[in-house]
Design a protein around this ligand. Structure first.
Ligand code: PHE
Length: 357
């Protein structure tokens, strides 16, 4: 192409053309560039026509050919860019509309087991290798299972309607106040076969109910896990070893346990078991209220009357039982300050507890 007859600004415009064209992101930009180079008025092409008109006659032929070649080149390049952009637009539109039935659908947000369920599952997992299986009992219980079979005297305050939900139409029916009635049910069921089985061993998780006002540490419904072992020659040492093992499995190998004498009518002797505070390691913190120890459960050796009531010979058989409050442990481990968070099922709380993903 013979550009030497054209003024330098046209030469420069041609030099810039490829860069300008490359920079055109859409068809509008291409049209604007086309206007600037080839448009009727004020464009480089229009300027070239003026230059041609003003040129001496003998130069016109050569100059005209150069101008035409230049215009053709611009035009071709503009067209090519235009088609490329049109093709890109078609592809994008096709993509936006396309729906591939062979692809897996987007997954809805996935739920997960509730943090309390997970803690119960962990406890079950700790005791299962020790031979404990899972038992369940009804939440609507009889007085016989909830109190009588557990050696709880007629005048015991826990029997009062101030603490216990009784059914209006069934005065001997109530919402169980602890998971201990499962002891009574399982012992009665297994009494005829206890000899063959060589004993009884189970864990009983579930809901329990007490007439408590709702506040950050109380709820009329909460969870317990009951544990029981009956065998020959079972003593306090078995209980202590088992619970120490379980609490270390739960809180880590540095956990320590402390047994304090206490009273429950269905065990003798009875005790309350503390764990060294898993958060401060015993130094004292907000969770253990400076004590360095936290109460984890109630326990003891099964009272002979409980065995007798179920039809088991208490001279041959003895055992231990324990019961722990799940929310208390869950609150402690997760440092959750308010018990109600476990029941409101706010997705943000569950997600923070690792319950959702
Ligand atoms: N049932 C008792 C309670 O709810 C706990 C317990 C269970 C104590 C088994 C001793 C033995 O507080």
């Amino acid at each position: 192409m013979n550009l030497h007859l054209l003024p330098p600004e046209i030469e420069k415009a041609h030099g810039d053309f490829a860069g300008h064209l490359e920079a055109c992101a859409d068809l509008d930009a291409v049209m604007r560039l086309k206007g600037a180079y080839l448009g009727r008025d004020g464009s480089f092409a229009a300027r070239m026509i003026d230059i041609l008109k003003a040129a001496p006659k003998e130069q016109k032929r050569e100059l005209g050919a150069a101008i035409n070649a230049l215009k053709n080149k611009w035009e071709e390049s503009l067209k090519a860019r235009q088609s490329a952009l049109e093709e890109l637009r078609r592809q994008r539109a096709a993509q936006a509309q396309s729906w591939d039935a062979t692809l897996p659908p987007p997954l809805p947000p996935r739920g997960a087991l509730h943090p309390l369920t997970r803690l119960i599952d962990r406890l079950v997992g700790i005791f299962r290798p020790l031979g404990y299986h899972v038992e369940e009992g009804p939440e609507a219980e009889t007085e016989a299972h909830n109190f009588d079979g557990l050696n709880i005297p007629e005048d015991h305050p826990a029997r009062g309607s101030a603490d216990t939900f009784y059914f209006k139409d069934h005065p001997k029916m109530l919402l169980r106040t602890h998971t201990s009635p499962v002891q009574v049910r399982v012992l009665k069921r297994l009494a005829p076969v206890i000899e063959q089985k060589g004993g009884v061993r189970f864990l009983a998780p579930g809901r329990v109910y007490r007439k408590d006002e709702i506040d950050p540490t109380h709820s009329p419904m909460f969870h317990q896990v009951e544990g029981m072992l009956v065998g020959r020659g079972i003593g306090m040492h078995h209980l202590k070893g088992t619970l120490d093992y379980a609490i270390k499995a739960l809180f880590g190998p540095d956990a320590a346990t402390r047994f304090r004498p206490s009273y429950f009518p269905f065990v003798e002797p009875g005790c309350e078991v503390d764990a060294r505070c898993p958060l401060c390691g015993g130094a004292g913190c907000r969770v253990c209220k400076g004590a360095g120890w936290v109460e984890i459960l109630g326990a003891g050796l099964v009272h002979p009357d409980v065995l007798k009531f179920a039809g088991i010979d208490s001279d041959t058989w003895s055992g231990f039982a324990f019961g722990m409050g799940i929310e208390r442990i869950a609150m402690m481990v997760s440092q959750t300050p308010d018990l109600r968070l476990f029941f409101e099922n706010d997705q943000r709380f569950l997600a923070a507890m690792g319950g959702l993903d």
